[in-house]
Design a protein around this ligand. Sequence first.
Ligand code: NA7
Length: 543
Amino acid sequence: MGDTNQNANEARPAGISDFDVVVVGAGFAGMYLLHRLRGLGLSVRVIEAGSDVGGTWYWNRYPGARCDVESMQYSYQFSEELQQEWEWTERYATQSEILRYVDHVAERFDLRRDIQFDTRVTAATFDDATSRWVIETDDGARLRAPYCIMATGCLSSPNKPQFEGQEDFAGPIYHTGNWPHEGVDFTGQRVAVIGTGSSAIQSIPVIAEQAAQLTVFQRTPNYAVPAHNGPLDPAKVREIKADYAGFRARAKQTPTGNLFEVGGPSAMAVSAEERAREYEARWQAGGLPFLAAFADIMFDPEANQTIADFVRDKIRAIVDDPAVADLLAPKNIIGCKRICVDTGYYETFNRDNVALVDISETPIARFTADGVSVDGRVYEVDAIVSATGFDAMTGALLNIDIRGAGGAALRDKWRDGPKAYLGLALASFPNLFMVTGPGSPSVISNMLPAIEQHVNWITDCIGYMRDQGLGRIEAQIDAEEAWVAHVGEVADLSLRSTCSSWYVGANIPGKPRVYMPYIGGVPVYAQKCNQVAADGYEGFALS
Ligand code: NA7
């Protein structure tokens, strides 16, 4: 139906190009969508702002960037050949190794010829009369398709707070989520890092080794657990690959889609000694499984306090200066913000060339020509690294002017917070799908299987529509509202929704406070999606 023979990166004539599906974004989601939709025989055009595939891993090239989900689980499972042939080298893959993987996938499935790079989608408008989406890009082109799929990522719109005097600063200002591709050499420089989230915690130890002086500006401390990264054990890899499908299936039965052992049901039901033993063993093993020491840690504040105290004690044992240790030790619920997985983070504050500045009470006043001013003092630096995170989950979607049936604007629909049916579709926006949108497990689960589950569901849905001779599918408002209410109710059961984090949009001034991901667990969620499909797309109007 569409003009499949046109190479995506050749100069295109003015006017409008027709496809069966337009996909926005060529990260893990867009790439797999392209592969699956081609499998249906559809013509697909993927539009990507970057110059190559990889999405979040294409942009986040800051020093020390690494995935905090283990490599053997943070990868595609749709192709048995692919998962057998690819060899990860480390327990946690570096950003560059993930890009090599992504490149391998793009080559293996010949994806790039249908991806238009260096192009940003500015608007997507549904034309009621023809039931087609018209997608506009920043190069002035227009594309048209019955289906539009937003594979725009959850952490893809960098949060760049504007500091007074920013233009006066004489040196470069980098954002971790938009790092120069040629890399940055901080040798001999005085560097400021603003923020102490996951990106900062990964980059600070690496920058500290290179820079002459590093000053870290911390508003809120975060909990970090050691990664204990290292080469993958070949015997362990062989064991997983001997039954990779079984390994993946077991992972899908866990709440986060990430396979690791959950400890006993209740931290408070065991003795203090037993708790300490369990926490110590998990600290020594490292990584995200630390918080799975007991099943009630994210539900019972008392249980949470025991493991938070354990980490605070660890920080005090690692950091030499008690005043610095005190500042680095978080006071709030552990796991409310996503815990960080670090390599030598707390140890870095024992270095002579590293200083911590607490900005919790007195924020950064301004940038000056030669540094960062706080409370009347200027910290002189040559470069500033803004590790200030992202306008998570909704940012990338709201950056596009999306208009559905009758001209309804997504920016209006989401004024008081994101509302979506299953995090997949939107009432009033027919034939539009989102991959890992708000109201789906997405960021609180393992992103790769979450993406694959959504892509499979969306592709099956489009295949069903075609087979049934149907042209229009739209989430019904009552189904959407019921799902949004359910997402909110489940969020309230967990301690995760009790603090200010990017999960609730608290990091973006003026963003409505709504707990965005679905916390009910991957198995429950997947079952709901399957049941909706099996019941002829219950909660959707099809015509
Ligand atoms: P995060 O986790 O949102 O961290 C951003 C950090 O920047 C955090 O410490 C913020 O402090 C700080 N921040 C943000 N704005 C400011 C201003 N205006 N002044 C000072 N400090 C500020 O983003 P990351 O990139 O580290 O990680 C995002 C996710 O990527 C992570 O969860 C993993 O899933 C991977 P705050 O806590 O808001 O006080």
